[in-house]
Design a protein around this ligand. Sequence first.
Ligand SMILES: [Zn+2]
Length: 512
Amino acid sequence: MKRTTLLLIACLSLAIVHAQKKNKTWEKIGNSITAADLKKHLYIVASAENGGRDTPSPGLENAANYIEEHFKSVGLKPGNGDSYRMFYPLYRDSILSSSVKVNGNLYELNADYQTGNSNYSAELPFSEAVFAGYGIVDDKMDSYKDLDVRGKAVIVLEGAPADYKPSQSGFQNPSGTFGKLNAASKKGAVAVLIVLKDFPRRPSVSQSNWNLNGYRATINPQLFYISKNIAESIMGEDGKGVFDKMTASSLKGKTYKANIDLSFRKTTLTTQVSNVMGLVEGTDKKDEYVFITAHYDHVGRRDTLIFYGADDDGSGTVSILELAEAFAKAKAEGKGPRRSIVFMTVSGEEHGLWGSAYYANHPVYPLEKTTVDLNIDMIGRIGNDYMKDKDSTNYVYVIGDNKLSTELTPITEKINSTYTKLKLDRKYNDPKDPNRFYYRSDHYNFAEKGVPIIFYFNGVHPDYHRPTDTPDKIKYDLLERRAKLVFYTAMEMANREEMLKRDIPMDSQRAF
Ligand SMILES: [Zn+2]
């Protein structure tokens, strides 16, 4: 009884603290963010012409141009020196040629062999190869027992003994390709020839995916997949019916003499993509910064099927367009923010938070002078958990406001209770939540550098990462309200006397 009463009093006093007088100027400017404008922009950003905005793609570049033109037209300054773009390179490997020759006999690509990875260009001549069974090394078995494969080529069979139970799954599975490659690498092999049952095979892709890094952290042995024909030409009589012999346990690890010439040539292709950056310069605290981010890329297309990415993250992108316009308007009317505001739409999010990672590692503005990053990723829809909820049209998930700064939550609460009155759902701040959303969008690259962040999110829904995430399904009134929450929060953070205190240790965010 007492406890409840006390709690009630506590709640009431909390509510009183939150009841602030509205700043009429802010409210007037905030009201320039409208559902109609958001809609107009989103039908362009998430259009069929932009083709799903994969990184890199012409559609992505189209979207970047649109964002840049908008920043210019509303009067934002370039966010990166004299440019609205921050370009960064991407790399991909492209196979030029390969060959496998055994005792002078040249084998045909796809008919008898395929290359497995694209480490480095090399000509590798061997006078022998070591057969190492299934090539499995774990707690219970070691296919390399009593074999010395340092500097040599090893031959292993695909698969595992019938009674084999892998200790780990996925990439870590010791009987999978990576597990075998890894084991051979640890044993010092230079090349791994994995015998596959089913040759000929369909041609495999000759180019890797685009990547943010042009280097490789580890150099693995060269991997080739070979047919039973090639195995036989190296192993002679032992190689005949090699899979059956292995099943019957009549084959042991052994070195075979043969002239084996492996060749692999690749080149590295590069391209440029960009983040789009605009600046509203602050007044007396212009050397301190509020960042507002959203990713403008999505996952592209599959054949003729376009993944529009209207919610993910067209909704965040167009929110930034509207917020930029609102802040530019405030500035033009002499009511501009004290701190500078940087509007940054990033690319490459869907491939691994590339654009924000690049920015965090090459910051234009000092990260220690960046008071906060407000990141918007998917705020135009109603997520699965709210579809049948009474608050379905009036909520947003707030993520990460319990980390790095104790001031994030009270400011958010105060701003929301004064202006937007959304239901703020912090369910995903639970460290036990399996979705781990805190780690899954661009703010995380800021948080990792110690910059306090808030991530605004509507939750996943049946159209998430499907071609059906289209602009007609967006709840524009709800999008407007959520964008306004970010606007007023940014206003408050840009104008308060001190930067946000960084009073929660970095370690806490890695608690799970
Ligand atoms: Zn996504």
